[in-house]
Design a binder for this molecule. Structure first.
Ligand code: ZN
Length: 506
């Protein structure tokens, strides 16, 4: 009885956060601009209510009773895991003083306009005071949250629990060692044709083709839908309503196509979570306050990157599916074959902007941001020296000279919202995708499916090893169960090396 009452209480937290997600989906797809100010307040109210319910005396007393009731279940049982995770989340939130949360919310509210104006005018000095305040506030947060070795570890906890600067340093060193020489070789080779990707691709046809490919990967339209937005995203309101969005550029066809496959990959994680976990803490991020089944941001990103890049940009995929692309766009692709198309969509072009980066250069944008954020937080880099540090890294990694701060340090929206610690999940997602896909391919049914354009076996493998577990296991527990190892960059580096050696003939 105690456990059931506790679970129902936690269902209310999940309901509030799902309602907040619906407001957020609407704000990013349908809402007229006039609604922005009141909508932000509505969402803040729901999030505040979710927090109040979670840390309330009533919930804590229900949790006490539930813990007593489930203590006889085996170690690691779903019931005990749910209780332990809720206990951790309550402790986490109670460690952070509420005036600090209020300050961060206020800072985030002010930040967007100040950042947008500074970026427009290429005026880093106008953004400096806000960023200095953000860094100071996050440093204070880190002290309250607590950490062993580096204050940045405390800030990453919300997005990538368990990740530390120490492990990231080793990971990044391995990636740089494996990828920089490959990038230099590619930079010295002839570039594949991309002219045919820049022809006119009408929006409706792009949408239809994108969704047909997403369905092929297993994305279920009965429990999903695709809408247009400015910055594409996936959001779920339980596993039974998982929405994705895309942005269409009529003269750059890969943007929407691979964006749709990416978001569909995120969607699969949610759509194929265990139905028994609906409305429970195993479908709720109680630290970051999102109704989500993915166990970390990096784990979630592993599924988007896997279906977008490991499956969707593979040679095998286009040898089997190019005929469909050609049927959808007969004029635009009249003078192209499957190999040319596959090479085109894998073109490498080092650039200044992270969100436009290709698969080979993307991680360098992330390493630079993580190193810079950590240095800001531990005080070894000051905000005023930030542009110089940024530009030096872009030169070192990509051999490019940053012409202005708009194309450099002012490009990302993240810092304007008061958030530090969010970037590592992109690279962790890439690495995990490489690791999971390499393991999945060892399964005969998966390999056979991939060779016949049947993506059900690979989706089922991911559901069996990743999706269905929701938030039950930590990211590393999930990886060990699925692949026998914790995070291991070797398969990812091998994947990029093999692909780009083939695409570029180097
Ligand atoms: Zn993503």
């Amino acid at each position: 009885m105690g456990y059931a009452a506790f679970l129902e209480r936690m269902g209310q937290v999940n309901d509030l956060l799902n309602a907040k997600s619906i407001l957020s989906w609407d704000a990013n797809t349908m809402m007229p601009p006039g609604g922005a100010v009141t909508r932000a307040k509505q969402m803040a109210t729901l999030m505040g209510l979710a927090r109040d319910v979670l840390v309330s005396d009533e919930t804590r007393s229900l949790l006490d009773k539930a813990e007593g009731e489930v203590s006889s279940t085996p170690d690691g049982s779903v019931e005990r895991t749910i209780c332990a995770q809720t206990r951790d989340a309550i402790d986490y939130h109670l460690r952070i003083p509420s005036d600090l949360i209020r300050k961060r919310t206020e800072l985030g509210g002010l930040g967007h306009d100040i950042w947008a104006e500074a970026r427009k005018n290429d005026d880093f000095a106008a953004f400096t005071p806000l960023l200095e305040e953000t860094v100071a506030l996050n440093r204070e947060m880190a002290e309250h949250i607590g950490y062993d070795a580096h204050p940045y570890d405390a800030l990453m906890y919300r997005f990538e629990p368990g990740e530390t600067m120490a492990t990231l340093k080793t990971l990044f060193a391995t990636l740089r060692e494996g990828l920089l020489p490959l990038l230099r070789k590619v930079q010295g080779a002839d570039t594949p044709r991309i002219d045919f990707l820049q022809r006119n691709y009408p929006a409706q046809q792009q949408l239809a083709f994108g969704i047909s490919m997403a369905r092929k990967l297993g994305y279920d339209l009965h429990r999903g839908r695709l809408d247009l937005t400015v910055h594409p995203f996936e959001v779920s309101f339980t596993r039974n309503d998982v929405r994705i969005t895309t942005r269409i550029v009529e003269d750059w066809m890969p943007g929407s196509l691979f964006g749709t496959l990416h978001e569909a990959g995120h969607g699969l994680y949610e759509q194929f979570a265990d139905p028994a976990f609906v409305r429970t803490p195993l479908a709720t991020d109680l630290i970051g306050f999102y109704a989500v089944s993915g166990v970390s941001f990096g784990a979630h990103e592993s599924q988007s990157r896997l279906f977008e890049n490991q499956v969707g940009r593979s040679r095998e995929f286009w040898e089997l599916n190019f005929a469909e692309a050609k049927a959808a766009f007969p004029e635009q692709l009249a003078d192209v074959d499957a190999t040319a198309f596959w090479r085109g969509v894998n073109r490498v072009k080092p650039g200044f902007i992270r969100v436009e980066a290709d698969e080979l250069t993307y991680d360098f944008h992330i390493m630079l941001r993580v190193d810079i954020e950590a240095a800001l937080v531990d005080g070894s880099l000051s905000v005023k020296d930030l542009p110089e540090a940024w530009n030096a890294k872009i030169k070192e990694y990509l051999d490019l000279d940053v012409p202005n701060n708009r194309l450099g340090v002012l490009q990302d929206v993240h810092w304007s919202s008061g958030q530090i610690g969010t970037f590592c999940n992109y690279t962790i997602g890439n690495v995990m995708a490489g690791q999971l896909f390499a393991k999945a391919r060892e399964d005969a049914a998966v390999a056979d499916g991939l060779a016949r354009a049947d993506y059900t076996p690979v989706r089922e493998w991911m559901t069996e090893h990743v999706h269905r577990h929701g938030r039950r296991y930590t990211r590393d527990e999930l990886l060990v169960r699925a692949t026998g190892r914790t995070l291991d960059p070797a398969p990812y580096v091998a994947h990029l090396t093999q692909k780009y050696s083939e695409v570029y003939g180097v």
